[in-house]
Design a protein around this ligand. Structure first.
Ligand code: IFM
Length: 443
């Protein structure tokens, strides 16, 4: 099976990349990194499938050179990676870890030597545990701690990264982790949620300012989006889908680009917001240079039976699903590209910073066939091409993920990679999608 596109189907200079994150691949136990709230969350029975954690993961910390070779050999132009706060500053504040700084230094140089553009994300979810003990994202001071970490890591690699964004998927940092309790720190508390929803954006703004102060440019914001559709045609379901859309898709963009929060979400969160939140929008709205969209699926939304705001739940949909049980809905990507462009971008370049799927991939006879992934990526790159044809300035597309990795609370079962990883031997096997990409991207 092949891809339906080649480079020639995209504008000149369009960036094809792949993405990973530090805790999901590096092997956190190596190199003097400090404990994170994912280590402690995973150690609590019931939080993560089989209690798995990122201590070894893909051992990318030691195998990064061969992994970068695989990015180059696929013909990809860019690599979106993240820096681990606890690897760089083990206690979250204070003394940096020289090994951690050296590691990211080598990694960035390794990309440049291979002609790969480094797209850095400062934070992809593994909060240093000492900061979690101080309240983590609930504590307003996190904006200062994060700005300090930003200065330390970007003071070292910021001169060589092609692009940088502070925080991957603020919705996951705030809502998924403090309201739904699915990710560390595993809270289900609306007061904590409201605070995290705000502080994550304050930290974003402070980090952008810290990077500007270092003289960096090409700084963006990466948010995740899910197309929210009512589960039936009742007015109630329509309103609940609008609320879901509000706290998932609008809150963060609106804060950063419009310096306000959507009223439909404030109806639930305002009583729980931290004092003075209205005064923070000049920091939150510090100008950025591009917007990143992470997109995977849609959700059908209906009422729950709690009687509490927001009073909604996800309802199983009829479309074909990935191994995450997520419906395949490429029109949603087209929707978000055109909507973000029309409502929030004001001419800024837009990147698809994550898109991809998990499937049940196995290696047989040395090969790993993943036709469902090729089909998924074909459909979603079609959606990107449609948006470009309609005038949306989409400048790049990053596939999640380079290789199978730690899928957080779902452990190592969900395989998103272009490259299969055997988690017993750590052997890498490029999947059929990797080979197909190599053909599609060949000059
Ligand atoms: O694995 C995650 C990643 O960490 C953030 N975006 C979604 C991916 C798939 O769930």
């Amino acid at each position: 099976m092949t891809f339906k596109f080649t480079r020639a189907d995209f504008p000149d200079g369009f960036t094809f990349g792949t993405a990973t994150s530090s805790y999901q691949i590096e092997g956190h136990a190596a190199g003097g990194a400090g404990q994170t709230h994912w280590d402690s969350f995973a150690a609590t029975p019931g939080n993560v499938v089989r209690g798995e954690n990122g201590a070894l993961a893909c051992d990318h910390y030691h195998r990064w050179e061969a992994d970068l070779d695989l990015i180059r050999d696929a013909g990809l132009d860019a690599y979106r990676f993240s820096t681990s706060w606890a690897r760089v500053v083990p206690e979250g504040r204070g003394q940096p870890n020289a090994q951690g700084l050296d590691y990211y230094d080598r990694l960035v140089d390794g990309m440049l030597e291979r002609g790969i553009k480094p797209f850095a994300t400062l934070y992809h979810w593994e909060l240093p545990q000492p900061l979690a003990d101080l309240g983590g994202w609930r504590n307003r001071d996190i904006a200062n701690w994060f700005a300090d970490f930003t200065t330390v890591i970007m003071g070292r690699i910021g001169d060589r990264v092609h692009a940088a964004a502070p925080i991957n998927e603020p919705w996951c940092v705030a809502w998924l982790s403090h309201f739904m309790g699915h990710h560390a720190p595993g809270m289900r508390d609306i007061r904590a949620t409201a605070r995290a929803m705000h502080h994550v954006l304050l930290a974003h703004g402070r980090a952008i300012q810290a990077m500007r102060a270092l003289g960096m440019s090409n700084l963006g914001a990466v948010m995740n989006f899910e197309y929210a559709a009512p589960a039936d045609d009742s007015p109630q379901a329509a309103r609940l889908a609008r609320i879901y859309d509000g706290f998932y898709n609008q809150w963060f963009l609106s804060g950063v680009r419009h310096k306000r929060y959507p009223q439909i979400v404030l109806e639930g969160l305002e009583p729980h917001m931290p004092a003075g939140w209205q005064d923070d929008f000049d920091v939150i709205g510090t100008p950025v240079d591009w917007l990143g969209i992470n997109y995977y699926t849609r959700k059908l939304i209906g009422p729950d039976d709690t009687g509490l705001w927001p009073g909604l739940t996800e309802v199983e949909g009829p479309l074909p699903k990935t191994a995450m049980e997520w419906e395949v809905y490429p029109d949603g990507l087209h929707h978000f590209l055109t909507w973000v462009n029309a409502e929030y971008a004001d001419g800024l370049p837009i990147y698809v910073t994550e898109n991809g799927m998990a499937s049940y991939d196995t290696v047989q006879g040395g090969a790993c066939d993943d036709p469902a992934r090729i089909d998924y990526l074909n459909k979603h790159t079609d959606a990107v091409r449609r948006a470009i044809a309609e005038g949306v300035p989409v400048k790049g597309y990053f596939i999640w993920s380079l290789m199978d990795n730690y899928e957080w609370a779902l452990g190592y079962d969900k395989r998103f990679g272009l490259i299969h990883v055997d988690f017993d031997t750590l052997e890498r096997t490029p999947k059929a999608s990797w080979h197909a990409l190599q053909k599609a991207l060949a000059p």
